[in-house]
Design a protein around this ligand. Structure first.
Ligand SMILES: *[C@@H]1O[C@H](CO)[C@@H](O)[C@H](O)[C@H]1NC(C)=O
Length: 97
């Protein structure tokens, strides 16, 4: 799939389940190009990564996204566990408060 880089995720994933099948994630989506350049979205929640689609919360944001809240659906497009790399697809819906 053709796509243009507009930003990257920056944050941490930690194991959150005894069987290792869930992660807890806290990260910022830092926009570096395009319409939202300089703004961020703040993502936080559990990631049961074996599920095809999982929902997560958007707790806040900065810049254009100040005072937003929302949710999103995440899908894994590519995962390279030994090298701790993955490409995720996020469909995010936010509302300004
Ligand atoms: C993204 O999520 C919204 C709301 O949850 C939904 O209406 C829309 O169809 C989704 N878009 C894609 C491309 O999946």
């Amino acid at each position: 799939m053709e796509s243009t880089l507009i930003g990257r995720a920056q944050g941490v994933y930690v194991n959150s389940q005894l069987d290792g099948k869930a992660l807890y994630m806290v990260f910022s989506i830092v926009f570096t190009h395009g319409e939202f350049k300089g703004s961020t979205l703040e993502i936080q929640g559990s990631d049961i990564f074996a599920m095809k689609e999982r929902e997560f919360g958007v707790v806040s944001g900065t810049g254009y996204f100040r005072f937003v809240k929302g949710y999103g659906i995440m899908e894994t497009e590519f995962m390279d566990l030994p090298n701790l790399r993955a490409t995720l697809k996020l469909n995010v819906t936010v509302k300004h408060y």
